[in-house]
Ligand binder design. Structure first.
Ligand code: HEC
Length: 304
């Protein structure tokens, strides 16, 4: 309806100043233009908000070209596979990942046999058995990722009082998402002159406040990739961030695939609906009501 109104007002405007322009369509056109313009302006301001306090809020991360960030982009599954290895060998020492089960990896980055074999490397407490005692058994596909600490207190005690957050949804839980995590993991540096970092904390300009309990733990060569991908710190970080993004949005690939289908389907249905509507309304819209006065109409009127 708006587009038709805007179109009509443009049509009128194009006819030139000599033609009579219906005031309501000019008004409608201007309203639509203002709404679209201010919407775009607000979006721009929102995306480019200026931060007055970089230190308290953390440095703004750079924008990296992760394929899954593009409109129709999907995950690089080889990267998810390498990223899981990084998580398992580095991050899992301190971070839990409660929402990911071994079975979730099947057909995403690992075959069923591979996932089964990896799960079996860990011992899980199960039970009780016939005597009421708990026992340990090797992991199965239906087990979650093993937790590094039995409870929050143990986790804090081992990390100078700080709690390593669960990483299942971390890319969704932080402003800046994948770019922030990437910047954080690669952003450690010496504190600038004049900045003091408390004993046990590490300087990282991307972390709000600048002082973080997690030390740098990704360096060149900390993991070996089986597919021969160079194991530089930036590559390792990119892969683990891709894995974390998949963990938080495992439905991303499917969602985009369905999205394309839905847009195609609903836009063609809309076109058909518009066409049918024109068809149904054409008798009404093209109707002309003509009043044919009787021959002596004028005389009758004046005689009254
Ligand atoms: C030695 C333990 C340890 C290891 C290993 C470790 N972390 Fe952490 N991590 C922590 C602690 C402790 C915190 C909490 C920091 C704080 O609150 O100051 C943390 C916090 C984080 C955060 C949250 C930052 C925020 O904005 O709140 C992310 C993301 C993170 N770690 C990712 C990782 C990834 C990815 C790895 C593996 C490459 C990893 N960590 C390995 C201990 C660890």
């Amino acid at each position: 309806m708006f587009s038709r109104a805007a179109f009509n007002s443009f049509k009128h405007a194009a006819r030139g100043a000599s033609a009579k322009i219906a005031p309501h369509s000019v008004l409608m056109g201007a309203t639509v233009a203002t709404a679209v313009g201010s919407g775009a302006g607000l979006l721009y301001l929102n995306r480019n908000a200026a931060h007055a306090n970089m230190e308290a809020e953390g440095l703004h991360p750079a924008n990296h070209p992760f394929p899954q960030k593009k409109l129709l982009g999907t995950f690089d599954h080889a990267s998810i596979r390498r990223g899981f290895l990084v998580f398992k060998e580095v991050c899992a020492a301190c971070h839990s990942m409660d929402l990911i089960y071994w079975r979730n990896l099947v057909d995403v980055a690992y075959s069923e046999e591979e996932a089964r074999a990896m799960a079996a490397e860990y011992q899980y407490v199960d039970g009780p058995d016939d005597t009421g005692a708990m026992f340990e058994r090797p992991g199965k596909l239906t087990d979650p990722m093993p937790r590094p600490y039995p409870n929050e207190e143990a986790a804090r005690a081992a990390n100078a009082g700080a709690l390593p957050p669960d990483l299942s949804l971390i890319t969704k839980a932080r402003h800046g998402g994948v770019d922030y995590i990437y910047a954080l993991l690669t952003g450690y540096s010496d504190p600038p002159p004049g900045v003091e970092v408390r004993e046990g904390l590490n300087y990282n300009p991307y972390f709000p406040g600048g002082a973080m309990a997690m030390a740098q733990n990704i360096f060149d060569g900390v993991v070996e990739f089986e597919d021969g991908t160079p194991n530089t710190a930036s590559q390792i970080t990119k892969d683990v961030v891709t894995f974390l993004n998949w963990a938080a949005e495992p439905e991303l690939d499917e969602r985009k695939k369905i999205g394309v289908k839905a847009v195609l389907l609903f836009s063609s249905l809309t076109l058909i609906a518009l066409w049918i509507k024109r068809n149904r309304w054409q008798t009404l819209k093209t109707r002309k009501i003509v009043f044919n006065p009787p021959k002596n109409w004028a005389n009758n009127k004046s005689s009254k």
